[in-house]
Design a protein around this ligand. Structure first.
Ligand code: ADP
Ligand code: MG
Length: 141
């Protein structure tokens, strides 16, 4: 039996601003991710801080949360077998200079901070992150 998994994806303000949203969604569909939830938001600084609470002691926290609240984003719940690992692979490395050819970050990221997309990094974080942005009734069955 196939075990489907869900993960949270975000098109960050830099990629949204550059008009990458359509291309990134196409890439997700071509790679057999099913979009089970999607919304466009412009989050506040406090909402960005809540989302990235795990990074509160990192030197880039201030700058990261300013950036994430600087413009529209698109949050998506993605479903696939092994969705978490598969989407991490499709995103590419955090630092676009280290991202492999064919990854979303290689194509769209402009720096280690403005790196186009977010993806959950494990089962616990995906549960937290999906519930941060989506109520249960907002997700397809
Ligand atoms: P990832 O998004 O690949 O899981 P992290 O969880 O380590 O990466 O970091 C969260 C986000 O914080 C990154 O996607 C990036 O936007 C930003 N970030 C990470 N490291 C740095 C850094 N050294 N300088 C500036 N911003 C960073
Ligand atoms: Mg991370």
């Amino acid at each position: 039996m196939k075990t489907l998994q869900r993960t949270l994806s975000i098109i960050k303000p830099d990629a949204f601003e550059r008009g990458a949203t359509g291309d990134i969604i196409n890439t997700l569909l071509e790679n057999n991710f099913r979009i089970v939830g999607m919304k466009m938001l412009h989050i506040t600084k406090a909402q960005a801080e809540g989302f990235y609470a795990v990074h509160v002691h990192r030197p880039f926290f201030e700058s990261l949360t300013d950036f994430m609240s600087s413009g529209p984003i698109v949050v998506m719940a993605l479903e696939k077998e092994a969705a978490i690992a598969d989407y991490r692979k499709l995103m590419g490395a955090t630092d676009p200079a280290k991202a492999e050819a064919g990854t979303i970050r290689k194509k769209w990221a402009s720096s280690i901070e403005k790196n186009a997309v977010h993806g959950s990094d494990g089962e616990d974080t995906s549960r937290f992150e999906l519930s941060y942005f989506f109520a249960g009734y907002e997700l397809s069955k």
